[in-house]
Design a protein around this ligand. Structure first.
Ligand code: PXG
Ligand code: PLP
Length: 443
C-alpha cells in the first residue's frame, strides 16, 4: 500500500507562522476572532468579547466604521494603485496637507509607509541623512531608551530596549546607546497621570553625550509615553528636559507616537499634550484606524528644508516603499480624520480620562496588584509574578479575561488596557469589572 502523499497536520492551524505568539501553545488552544463592530469582537462561535485594547492600540474610532469602508471601496473602484516613486496621486498630497494642518508647531511635512516599524526605520534614516546634509556626517549614533519599543526592523530593535525583542539578533546596528527607562515603582507606584519623580533621568543624556561626544550623535528616539512595555507615562518635566538637552547639542529628537498619536492621550498627539515639539514624529495604527496598513514620519520644516538641497534633478532621500501613501491607505486615513473631527473623539478621550483613571485605580485592592499607571485612555497594571515563573500569571489573567469576554494585552505580568475612544462609561465599568475578576482568577 502506498503511503499518503502528505501527512495529516496536527490541526489546520499549522501552516501559519504566527507573529509574537507562542505558536505551539496557541494552536493547542486557539483564540480566534471572526467579526467586529463598535467596541466588540465576536469569536467564530458567536461569543461576544469587549475590546479593551482597540485591537493592538490601533482601532481608535471603533470597529466596522461605515464611512471608512465606503471611502476605501470608492478608492478601489477609482484607482487601485499608483507607483509611489517619481509619480504621485492626488490623495497622497491631500492627506499630507491635512496631517500637516493638525500637527503642532512647525511639524509640517509627511513621509508615508505601511507600519510603525517602517516609520521608525524611516525616521532614523531621515535623521542620519539630515545630519549628513548639513555637513555633520560624523553624527551617526542613535540613542534609544531601555524598555522602549520601536517595532521590529533592525533600526527599531537596535534603539529599542525590550531584551526579548533583541537577544535573538546579535549586534544589530552599531553605535547605539540607551537612556535608562523611567519606571520607578519604589517612588511612583500607583501614580495617577504623570509621575512626580524621575525628571533627572533625562540628564542621563548629558552623560551619554559626555561619553561619546555630541559630534557623534544624530538623534534620540523615545516614546513620549511608553506603550508596549506596560504603559509608562513620562515623569513630570522629563520630556521638556530631553528637548533642552537635544537642542543644546544639535541632536534631533524623535517622538515615536505610534500608540500615542491620533487621540490616545486625549489630544491629537503626545507632542501637543505635553507641549514638547520633536523634530520628527513616527505614527501608524490610529492613522488609518487599522483598516489599511499605514505609517508615517512627520518632520519639522527645518528637517525637510535641510534635505532639499543639491541639484533639483537628484533624489533627496534614497528611501521609500512600493506602498508609500498607498491610495487605499490615503482614502482610509482621510475618512478616519473626518470621524475623529466630526465626533470630537480626541476631546471625548480627554473627557473620559478621569472616569477611566478612577476605574483603573479601583483595581488597586485586587490580589497581588503592585502598580497601576494611567494617562489619557490607557493604563498598565502590574501584578506580582509567580516565583520562578515570570509572565505565567499575566498570561493566565489574559486568558481568563478572554474567557470572561474581555480582550486585554499582556506583557510578562503586566496587563495593558487601551479601549477604542468611542467607549461609553458602561463599557469602561465592564472592562474594569472583568479585569478585576481575571486578576483574581489568576492570583
Ligand atoms: N513604535 C511603537 C511605539 C509601537 O508601539 C511600533 C513602533 C511598531 O509598529 P508596527 O505597526 O510595525 O507593529 C509600535 C507597535 C502591544 C503592541 O501590545 C504594541 C505594538 C504592536 C503590537 C503589540 O504592546 N506597537
Ligand atoms: N525585495 C524585492 C526583491 C523587491 O523588488 C522590492 C521592491 O521592489 C522589495 C524587496 C521592497 O518591497 P517594498 O517596496 O514593498 O518594501
Amino acid at each position: 500500500m502506498t503511503p499518503p502523499v502528505t501527512q495529516p497536520t496536527a490541526n489546520n492551524l499549522d501552516a501559519y507562522f504566527m507573529p509574537f505568539t507562542a505558536n505551539r501553545q496557541f494552536k493547542k488552544n486557539p483564540r480566534l476572532l471572526a467579526k467586529a463592530k463598535g467596541v466588540h469582537y465576536w469569536t467564530p462561535e458567536g461569543r461576544r468579547i469587549i475590546d479593551g485594547t482597540a485591537g493592538l492600540w490601533c482601532v481608535n474610532a471603533g470597529h466596522g466604521r461605515e464611512e471608512i469602508k465606503a471611502a476605501i471601496a470608492r478608492q478601489l473602484e477609482e484607482m487601485d494603485y499608483a507607483p509611489s516613486f517619481q509619480m504621485g496621486h492626488p490623495k497622497s498630497f491631500e492627506i499630507a496637507a491635512r496631517h500637516a494642518a493638525m500637527l503642532p508647531g512647525d511639524l509640517n511635512h509627511a513621509f508615508y509607509c505601511n507600519s510603525g516599524s517602517e516609520a521608525v526605520d524611516s525616521a532614523l534614516k531621515i535623521a542620519l541623512a539630515w545630519q549628513r546634509a548639513r555637513g555633520q556626517g560624523t553624527r551617526t549614533r542613535l540613542i534609544g531608551r531601555e524598555r522602549g519599543y520601536h517595532g521590529v526592523g533592525f533600526g527599531g530593535i537596535s534603539v529599542g530596549g525590550m531584551a526579548n525583542n533583541r537577544k535573538q539578533w546579535g549586534v544589530m546596528l552599531p553605535g547605539v546607546d540607551h537612556l535608562p527607562h523611567t519606571h520607578l515603582p519604589a517612588k511612583n507606584a500607583f501614580s495617577r497621570g504623570q509621575p512626580e519623580h524621575g525628571v533627572e533621568l533625562a540628564d542621563e543624556l548629558e552623560r551619554i553625550v559626555a561619553l561619546h561626544d555630541a559630534s557623534t550623535i544624530a538623534a534620540v528616539i523615545v516614546e513620549p509615553c511608553a506603550g508596549s512595555t506596560g504603559y509608562l507615562p513620562p515623569p513630570k518635566g522629563y520630556l521638556q528636559r530631553l528637548r533642552q538637552i537635544c537642542d543644546k547639542h544639535g541632536i534631533l529628537l524623535i517622538f515615536d507616537e505610534v500608540i500615542t498619536g491620533f487621540g490616545r492621550l486625549g489630544a491629537s498627539f503626545a507632542a501637543e499634550f505635553f507641549g514638547v515639539i520633536p523634530d520628527l514624529m513616527t505614527v501608524a495604527k490610529g492613522i488609518s484606524n487599522a483598516t489599511v496598513p499605514m505609517g508615517g514620519v512627520f518632520v519639522r520644516k527645518h528637517v525637510y528644508d535641510g534635505l532639499m538641497n543639491g541639484p533639483e534633478n537628484v533624489v533627496e532621500l534614497f528611501h521609500g516603499y512600493t506602498y508609500s501613501a498607498h491610495p487605499l491607505a490615503c482614502a482610509a486615513a482621510g475618512a478616519v480624520l473626518d470621524i475623529y473631527k466630526d465626533e470630537g473623539l480626541f476631546q471625548r478621550a480627554a473627557d473620559l480620562s478621569s472616569y477611566w483613571e478612577d476605574g483603573v485605580h479601583s483595581l488597586k485592592s485586587a490580589p497581588g496588584v503592585i502598580d497601576i499607571r494611567n494617562l489619557g485612555l490607557a493604563a498598565g497594571i502590574d501584578m506580582e509574578g509567580r516565583k520562578d515563573a515570570a509572565g505565567a500569571r499575566g498570561y493566565e489573567a489574559f486568558v481568563k479575561a478572554f474567557e470572561m469576554g474581555l480582550m486585554v494585552r499582556q506583557t510578562a505580568d503586566t496587563l495593558a488596557l487601551s479601549p477604542p475612544l468611542i467607549v461609553e462609561k458602561g463599557h469602561i465599568d465592564e472592562i474594569i469589572e472583568i479585569t478585576g475578576k481575571a486578576i483574581k482568577a489568576a492570583a
